[in-house]
Design a protein around this ligand. Structure first.
Ligand code: BLA
Length: 509
């Protein structure tokens, strides 16, 4: 039995997340692939006829020096010795692989105990591409802030690769994504501001894209070529391969979108997949090996520049927040009663963590300012917080959902609670108002999501028609930087409150 899921259903692991995309058993027909044993015997081969004129089956069991020119084999051996770390790939340009002197560009890496060699005829454009890349990278370096870097990144990636559409696609905390910058050729629609659900890029693909930061699908209709091997044996892990065959589900997605070629480069910030530089072309398109190598480098440099700007923004913010924290602490240390003055606290805290109101719960007393829930709802919140781990900052941009109610009359929709004593638990709670927003999705989620007896089954949507969803009952979320600030405020506040209660018990003696 199958039924459509409601649009806001939370989807767990799906059929898509279980597809083993790293062992597809085949490659895209971009070049040829050989897997070699430690003693240089060909163990597996794919797509060799068109490039070196030998059937893959004929190559199996042959020694590499019997297939390629001696100088090429020596070069390959030398470069293999330079492979560093488990995820590294060596590239060689314009190698005379065959005895007729024809030139190939190639990539080498290890997969389990095999050496994987992938090669395609060289376009001989390496020098030209690297000089163009130098110009492109220097333009990137001139953008001062995050937004201009994103726009410039899209523009320069399109200059480098010539795809019809280049998008900077940023992931949100829930792994859905939004097109935050783009550069498009004349005559194509804009995708700017469109959101795509998390399920468009399954979990294992996201993990893989952290290890291997570049992938191309040159022709979404091309047949994949099987990898030949003698006997059976584990399927070859193609995680780091340049030619890895693409998931048929994803190919269907691209064809539904009308896209013939797709190229994406991972944007990695502080070790995490921040987003993708996603490129579409409406005809098949295969940039040269040198261009693809340059694009990979472009992605790495773009990521570093974005990381340094984002980290600089965070540290500016943290310095400002630290300053506010210090002012709160020094005032409260002189006059501890200030900690029950919600109006004063709200004005101060709002400079560190933007909020629309604040409530304090301390030793049975409650004080409030600005926008806040009524006392009954607040007590319910405090009760709920008392069941949580007191060592961490609790927050939610969905307060009604956190309290298990439909809505709150006050309009408070988000909270962040800073515990200010150990026991009984006292809190300072910041509130944020509801932030009604509409999200433009590329296509309606419910139409391609089914609940089956074995779980959720997804199939790529057929329509990417913009579909507007209005989201209510939520505030703007608290950012990781804001939560970090709350965490350090908690430590200092705890100290003051502790001193306060010690002083009070001294007095009582
Ligand atoms: C992979 N999905 C991808 C990739 C992108 C997207 C960019 C990386 C591969 C590539 O470069 O094409 C999705 N493409 C997008 C998005 C935008 C875009 C969001 O241009 C927005 C701008 N996909 C589905 C469903 C499944 C699925 C329902 O929609 C599973 C049933 C699977 N997507 C899927 C798989 C991959 C993928 C398996 C990995 C492809 C691979 O690397 O082999």
């Amino acid at each position: 039995m199958t039924e459509l899921l409601p649009p806001d259903a939370k989807i767990g692991l799906t059929n898509c997340d279980r597809e083993p995309i790293h062992i597809p058993g085949g490659i895209q027909p971009i070049g040829f692939l050989l897997a070699l044993s430690a003693d240089w015997l060909v163990q597996r081969a794919a797509n060799t006829v068109d490039f070196i004129g030998i059937e893959p089956e004929e190559l199996l069991g042959k020694s590499l020096p019997d297939v390629f020119a001696k100088s090429a084999v020596d070069l390959i051996r030398e470069r293999l010795a330079m492979l560093r770390g488990k995820d590294s790939v060596e590239r060689l340009f314009a190698v005379p692989l065959l005895s007729d002197g024809s030139l190939f560009d190639l990539a080498l890496h290890f997969s389990a105990r095999s050496v994987i060699l992938e090669a395609e005829p060289s376009k001989g454009d390496q020098v030209e591409v690297s000089s163009a890349t130098r110009n492109i990278l220097s333009r990137l370096a001139t953008s001062r802030d995050v937004d201009s870097l994103l726009n410039e990144g899209a523009r320069q990636a399109r200059a480098l690769l010539g795809f019809d559409r280049v998008m900077i696609y940023r992931f949100a905390d829930d792994e859905s994504g939004e097109v935050v910058a783009q550069s498009v050729a004349r005559g194509f629609d804009s995708f700017l501001g469109l959101n795509f659900p998390a399920t468009d890029i399954p979990q294992q693909a996201r993990k893989l894209y952290v290890r291997n930061t570049f992938r191309i699908i040159g022709d979404a209709t091309a047949e994949q070529v099987p990898i030949m091997q003698r006997g059976d044996g584990e399927p070859l892990d193609l995680s780091l391969s340049l030619y890895r065959a693409v998931s048929p589900i994803h190919l269907e997605y691209l064809r539904n979108m009308g896209v013939a070629a797709s190229l994406s480069i991972s944007i990695i910030v502080n070790g995490r997949l921040w987003g993708l530089i996603a490129c579409h072309h409406y005809e098949p398109r295969m940039p040269s090996f040198a261009q693809r190598s340059a694009a990979e480098l472009f992605g790495q440099i773009f990521s570093l520049q974005l990381e340094s700007r984002l980290n600089a923004d965070t540290s500016d913010y943290e310095a400002k927040a630290r300053d506010v924290g210090n002012r709160v602490m020094s005032t409260a240390a002189q006059d501890p009663q200030k900690l029950l003055d919600a109006e004063w606290l709200w004005q101060m805290m709002n400079d560190a963590i933007e909020c629309d109101g604040l409530m304090v719960h301390m030793e049975g007393e409650i004080s409030s300012a600005g926008l806040h829930p009524d006392e009954a709802a607040f007590k319910k919140l405090v009760e709920r917080l008392n069941t949580e781990d007191a060592q961490v900052i609790h927050h939610s941009h969905e307060l009604p959902r956190y309290l298990g109610v439909d809505s709150l009359d006050s309009g408070a929709a988000g909270f962040l609670a800073i515990p200010i004593s150990r026991r009984p638990r006292d809190y300072m709670v910041l509130f944020r108002e509801e932030h009604l927003r509409s999200v433009r999705w590329a296509g309606e989620q419910a139409k391609h999501t089914r609940q089956t007896d074995d779980g959720v089954e997804l199939s790529p949507r057929k329509s990417f028609e913009a579909w507007k969803q209005t989201i209510s009952g939520q505030s703007r979320p608290f950012t990781p930087a804001e939560i970090g600030v709350a965490r350090s405020l908690r430590t200092s506040l705890l100290e003051i409150v502790l001193r306060l209660s010690e002083a009070a018990s001294e007095e009582r003696k």
